[in-house]
Design a protein around this ligand. Structure first.
Ligand code: FES
Ligand SMILES: [Fe+2]
Length: 368
């Protein structure tokens, strides 16, 4: 797969039924898709522990309201948080094990989005209809992931975890935060390793090395590396952008002996849009350790390192949250921003393709 290939595969819809992006009930143009998030891909939604047994947890992702709940077997379901009857939020209803009963008139919707009972009018035509959007969900790496489709006809791609998270020799800790900044600013930030030597220069891990550099893009069959040409293994010197089952970034920061065994500190990062100006940020902090080294790392992380990592993340959050929402509209980029330019081109191309696919499905011509 090339880095600019889109995975949008909408099918024709029946005549008379408009095709909107799932959960939106309106047409989206390329700008709106770019702002609220690209569809037809897997996204991390919430840490697993935030959806407890018996709970109904409302979340907003890609500017759509969803509700998460576990059935009697502990399996997580993710429905649009909107009753198919008259649109009351399901999340304020009643958890009935394998279904939710709407608070307003008692309509019951199961985890697959099918109306299983209309208690006020048994036998009515709504019963048996799959009338609520229900997403494909996978729980892995202590996180709930969902495939957010472009249209109801989108076919989910296979779910595959990033390499580091599926490697039994790698020990990781998940981290979750919500930032008051657009999701694309997160991607820009991680495709910009040079900020490590400035924004994080007083941190425990990014104080070393040169404060000037040259960068290059190195293509891979799953994305690209953006890396310094004259320094490696000293600071935040490279990042890989990966387009797999989901889009993510992978990077390593050198660690000194005081940080215990395990060598470099690996980070997997992802950003899920909440809406056009807020993001859910997911990181997994990793080290390649086994046996006693694994225990030592896990102890050290919990007692000392996690707090230091939060401090670094806060430095990123503070900058990204004070950027104007249109900060990327007028800039003066230089060589260090090749990675930023690249990621923006990729996402713009995807947004245009998805808007065109939606428009074509509606017979409305191409939308850019
Ligand atoms: S709005 Fe949900 S049952 Fe009427
Ligand atoms: Fe940073």
């Amino acid at each position: 797969m090339t880095t600019t290939e889109t995975r949008t595969t909408p099918r024709p819809t029946p005549r008379g039924r408009p095709t909107f992006a799932v959960g939106t009930r309106r047409h989206l143009d390329a700008d709106e898709i770019a702002a609220t998030g690209l569809r037809d891909r897997w996204y991390p939604i919430l840490p697993s522990h935030m959806v407890e047994a018996g709970a109904m947890v409302p979340v907003r992702r890609l500017e759509v309201d969803w509700v998460l709940f576990r059935d009697a077997h502990g399996v997580v379901h993710m429905l649009e948080d909107r009753c198919p009857h008259r649109s009351a939020p399901l999340s304020v209803g009643q958890h009935l094990g394998d279904r939710i009963a709407c608070a307003y008139h008692g309509v019951q919707v199961d985890g697959g989005g099918t109306v299983v009972s209309v208690p006020g009018m048994p036998g009515c035509a709504l019963e048996g209809r799959r009338a609520t959007a229900s997403l494909e969900v996978v729980e892995a790496a202590d996180t709930i992931f969902a495939y957010i489709p472009l249209t109801a006809d989108s076919v989910p791609t296979p779910f595959v975890l990033p390499d580091r998270l599926s490697d039994p020799e790698v020990s990781w800790f998940p981290n979750f935060a919500e930032w008051a900044g657009p999701w694309r600013f997160y991607m820009d930030n991680v495709l910009d390793p040079m900020h490590g030597a400035f924004l994080h220069r007083n941190s425990h891990s990014m104080f070393g090395g040169d404060t000037s550099a040259r960068f290059r893009i190195r293509e891979t069959d799953r994305g690209f590396f953006f890396e310094k040409t004259d320094q490696c293994g000293v600071n935040f010197d490279w990042v890989e952008f990966v387009r797999g089952s989901m889009d993510y970034v992978d990077l390593e920061i050198p660690y000194g002996p005081a940080a215990g065994p395990g060598g470099v500190f690996g980070i997997v990062g992802m950003s899920t849009p909440i809406d056009c100006s807020t993001s859910a940020i997911f990181h997994w902090r990793t080290r390649r350790v086994s046996g006693w080294e694994r225990e030592a790392w896990r102890f050290l992380y919990r007692t000392r390192l996690e707090e230091k990592h939060w401090e670094v993340l806060e430095q990123d959050r503070l900058v990204l949250e004070v950027l104007a929402n249109d900060a990327d509209r007028e800039e003066h980029l230089y060589q260090h921003d090749l990675g930023v330019s690249r990621i923006r081109r990729i996402y713009r191309a995807d947004a245009v393709a998805q808007a065109a696919a939606l428009a074509a499905a509606n017979g409305a011509g191409l939308a850019t």
